[in-house]
Design a protein around this ligand. Sequence first.
Ligand code: HEM
Length: 180
Amino acid sequence: MKGIVFTELMEMVEDRFGIEMVDRIIQPKELVSKGIFTSVGTYPFSDLVSILGHLSQATGASIPDLEKVFGQYLAGRFSKMYLPFFQRVNTVFELLDEVDSYIHIEVMKLYPDAELPQFETVRKADNMIEMIYRSQRKMFPFAEGLIDASAHYFQQKVKIQVLEWNSDGAEVRFLVDELA
Ligand code: HEM
């Protein structure tokens, strides 16, 4: 996992729960990174799992819910940090079409050791897109949060349904409907 994911998560936690919460959920002994992150560094996914686990215990929120909230937060940050990706397109559906075919390819050029999911999109109707997520990291609630907040960026209201997932969440089919 790229350090930007960790540094942004720490920002969000500090923002919403205060700096004490950051200290509580970082258990340096458990972490390969020892809890020291730079945005361009790379750290094991297991460190993210550990941090989210402690955040869940400390707040009472489930890990999927925390991932979703973090996805929403990060979409807001990406829309500022990587504005050109959002400015190339006019709708959230166009953005979702480009995640796999353009955005994450550019991300890979910036961070050659990034571990990215795979997406497939199919336009089902003018107001409907299907998006299939595949990743061994099983971060589909995070993807859901990113989709939701990206729609918000384009001032579109969407309903996101998780239609199917394989037993462990490594493959998930989303149906995204634009609401009138
Ligand atoms: C400007 C837009 C975007 C940028 C700059 C971006 C960049 C990134 C980066 C840097 C990572 C971390 C890779 C790593 O840790 O090795 C990542 C992961 C991820 N991205 Fe994106 N992304 C963008 C948009 C999106 C959107 C719209 C979605 C959802 C549809 C998405 C879904 C994901 C997911 C689910 C992961 C977690 C890794 C996994 O599940 O395997 N991204 N992205």
